[in-house]
Design a protein around this ligand. Structure first.
Ligand code: SF4
Length: 459
């Protein structure tokens, strides 16, 4: 019993988080920056911060995560990090030759109050930024917000710095990707290409954090949104944000800067959210939804119908990020499952409002967002009344083991299983992948624990 001290009795906590369902802002900023081709993320703070951000991503993706650090010493902690950052910019362009350096701040540089605009201007003035190269930044003080906030801030910074409007709009729809796996970015591009819609997806982790192992190391893998596309995004005729907490800010900046109208949708997880995404894209690209995608939807519905008797009424506990939990919960409800406990460490009115709406017919459901919505609380709820299934990141592993509950890994981080970056959860095929994982977990437990005379070959 790894979590033997968790009690069923809840005590009101105001200043204590136990096993948070979140991580720090710069992790998200670093992840977002990796979705742009030729971009080298840079952490303006101590080496320890940068090591943590890189290792959090490396452990999840099992890929090398390259990033620079301003490597603060006692001196920079007192007098500010300008000298370190200017030197770092110089070294990075000289040795690693990125197209873009995307800087995020840390708790320490934010507390010192380093003026990033002034430092970057000074670096440019002193000739440390070569012609045609770019240095951008976003603020990511980690004593507020979470990795989700950091992701959102970095994506918005790319829009602010690169999207360039010209008088002529093109028949292209921008797709701003919320926090998802590279496989999900690839699936969204595939859905758009099946529709023959012209789109620009950013950020795009496909081809970066799922790059092939072929014996040739590339500092900047082939994938990622190109700088040219990012500039052209200012001429698109519409923007669709996928995930309100991670993309709304970028969409607003795009509208303000380039006069492009936008709509922010849920990430297309499950058939309802995928329907909404495809119908919105169809409307703004002025293209019909092809039969191929209707067939994929039909296959998903067939799979759900085949699985229905095992899914019906199953109580589920979930944890993760608002943008993925909302459509995932909607998907579970649409399959007649009962998501009863849902927590996210990211404070989110979107999460609170949508959950209230989605769970209105499940009176026993409890959900919570913010710092006190932690894994400890969710475990306490499970102790009070158990669940049949857990869906979330690796941090639920101890609960799954202690309570012997089937566990589907989903979200960030997943550090104890490989392959999640290759299999999409978005679109109809991604939803089918999810149903298969859920069914495997449920049926494995039945096969393992049912009486011998009940063991079946046919489910
Ligand atoms: S929480 Fe702050 S100090 Fe800790 S790793 Fe993140 S940025 Fe660094």
């Amino acid at each position: 019993m790894l979590l033997r001290h968790t009690t069923a009795k809840e005590i009101d906590r105001k200043a204590l988080t136990i096993n948070p369902a979140k991580t720090c802002q710069p992790v998200g900023a670093m992840y977002a920056a990796l979705g742009f081709h030729g971009c080298l993320p840079h952490s303006h703070g101590s080496q320890g911060c940068c090591s943590y951000h890189r290792s959090a991503l490396s452990r999840h993706f099992r890929e090398p995560i390259m990033a620079g650090t301003s490597s603060f010493s006692e001196g920079s902690s007192v007098f500010g990090g300008q000298a370190n950052l200017v030197q770092a910019i110089d070294v990075m362009f000289t040795v690693y030759n990125p197209e873009i350096i995307a800087i995020h701040t840390t708790c320490l540089s934010e507390t010192i109050g380093d003026d990033m605009t002034a430092i970057i201007a000074k670096a440019k003035e002193d000739g440390h930024i070569p012609e045609g190269k770019n240095v951008i930044y976003c603020n990511t003080p980690s004593y507020v917000g979470t990795h989700v906030t950091g992701y959102s801030n970095m994506v918005a910074s790319f829009v602010k710095n690169f999207a360039t409007p010209t008088p002529k709009k093109r028949n292209v729809v921008n797709l701003v990707a919320g926090w998802m796996e590279p496989s999900d970015n690839a699936e969204i591009k595939r859905l758009a290409s099946v529709m023959e819609a012209r789109t620009i997806l950013f950020p795009d982790m496909s081809g970066v954090l799922d790059a092939p192992l072929n014996g040739h190391y590339k500092m900047y893998p082939d994938g990622g949104t190109s700088l040219t596309d990012m500039k052209l995004s200012g001429d698109s005729k519409f923007t669709i944000g996928l995930g309100p907490t991670t993309t709304a800010d970028a969409c607003i900046k795009m509208e303000n800067k380039c006069k492009i109208k936008f709509e922010v949708l849920d990430i297309p997880i499950g058939f309802k959210a995928t329907d909404r995404f495809l119908m919105t894209l169809s409307r703004h690209a002025n293209l019909p939804i092809p039969e191929k995608l209707s067939d994929e939807r039909g296959q998903l519905i067939d799979l759900i119908a085949d699985s229905a008797k095992y899914l019906y009424g199953k109580r589920v506990a979930l944890w993760g990020d608002p943008d993925t939990l909302v459509p995932l919960t909607e998907f579970l409800v649409s399959m007649d499952m009962k998501p009863v406990y849902i927590v996210t460490g990211t404070q989110s009115p979107y999460f609170n409002d949508r959950m209230a709406e989605i769970l209105k017919d499940i009176p026993e459901a409890k959900f919570m967002s913010g710092e006190r919505a932690d894994m400890f609380r969710m475990h306490q709820w499970i102790k009070q009344q158990g669940v049949d299934l857990l869906i979330g990141n690796t941090y639920g592993k101890y609960i799954a083991r202690d309570e012997d509950i089937p566990f589907v890994r989903f979200g960030f981080p997943i550090t104890d299983r490989p392959g999640h970056n290759y299999f999409a959860k978005t679109g109809y095929q991604g939803a089918a992948n999810l149903v298969k994982q859920i069914m495997d977990a449920i049926l494995d437990k039945i096969d393992r624990t049912c009486p011998e005379e009940k063991v079946e070959f046919q489910f």
